[in-house]
Design a protein around this ligand. Sequence first.
Ligand SMILES: [Fe+2]
Length: 400
Amino acid sequence: MHQNASRYAVQRGLDLIAALLTKFSSKGTRLSQELPKYQSILREAIDGKAITYFEYITTDWGGDTPFTRHQYVVCSEQQAEAILESAPLKLPLLIPAAFSTTSSMANIRINEYLTYLSTKPSVDVHDYGEDLDAREKYIHPTIISSADAIKLFRDPNIEPVNFLNLAGYRPNPVPACMANLRQYSILRNTMEYDQSGKATNVHPNDLSSCTSFQILGKAGVFSMPHMDHHGVITTIRSEEGDKLWLECPALQEDEIISWGRDNVLALPSFPVYMTDGYIFIQPGGRAHSPFSLTDVHMSGTMHWDSRSMVPVLEQSLLELQYPTITNEEPAKEFNLKLARISELWNTHHPYYPWADEESRMEFNTLHKVGIDSCHLDLVPATPAKCKASNMPLGLVGVAG
Ligand SMILES: [Fe+2]
């Protein structure tokens, strides 16, 4: 049933894209240059295969049981908790509002959130009507007054805008299915400066700040395929509005490399339709390219799984080599958090569950490779640069 809703969402998306391309025909804008490319990706999408909790837990993920890479699980929040606790996540999870305990919390409607935003002096805006003359603008949004940003959001006669770089607003952002599982708290709770209490320094756009965020997108906004940085697991909840979450199957390393080199994904994506109160939990390292079918407000969180730190490191090293696979720059706090996690893992700290000894050795080897190849100072006084890629380490975190 959910597959049918997702298939219908693709058609709605294609219809809206056709209307936007007719309505906004001026050349040189982000919309006119990128939307036709997005349209092709959406046209090539194939149906995903929604499976149940029972199908998921009876699959032997390390064995020979055949499974398709276009699967996702539709389950209750209690079932999601059991999946998340049992082992590192293999497939995306979709929790429809009717099966979500978190859904008993009131949704944060768009009007309410815009009223809140109007208390702020400025908002970071990705404007799809902006002239595209530099890649910098993809990553760095324009900072404009909140009053002007809200006008852009509300005006149907100008191109869509996306507000991606918004701090968390929901007071209880972590979905109930993760809130009691320590392994998913390691990103939030491992303080890079080893605080045991309140942070004394604020790093507004860095990893710790990305652990909770909001996204507000006008109908028609889209993101080209990307991975969220540093192998984070992303949870996303629709507070109000319809989102087409276009998800790429898990890519093998050679497929990530060819994508980073040629900018073409090896596999078609599949659609996952979300509406008010739906929660989507995306494993780390998954490429995705969401589209807003209506105006949409979303709350989200980012996590690492303490049992999956090797893939976090593997992806982060690939991002340094192929920076276009993510829409975010490497996080300044990454090396500091990783150094702290390395200490905890190597002393077998009992608070977090860890992967096996072979993985710990692999983690240590990769960690050393990362430090050696990038000459990273573990405690930089100023924002560090990776000399291998000459990329600054730090800046904006966006999920959408
Ligand atoms: Fe994203």
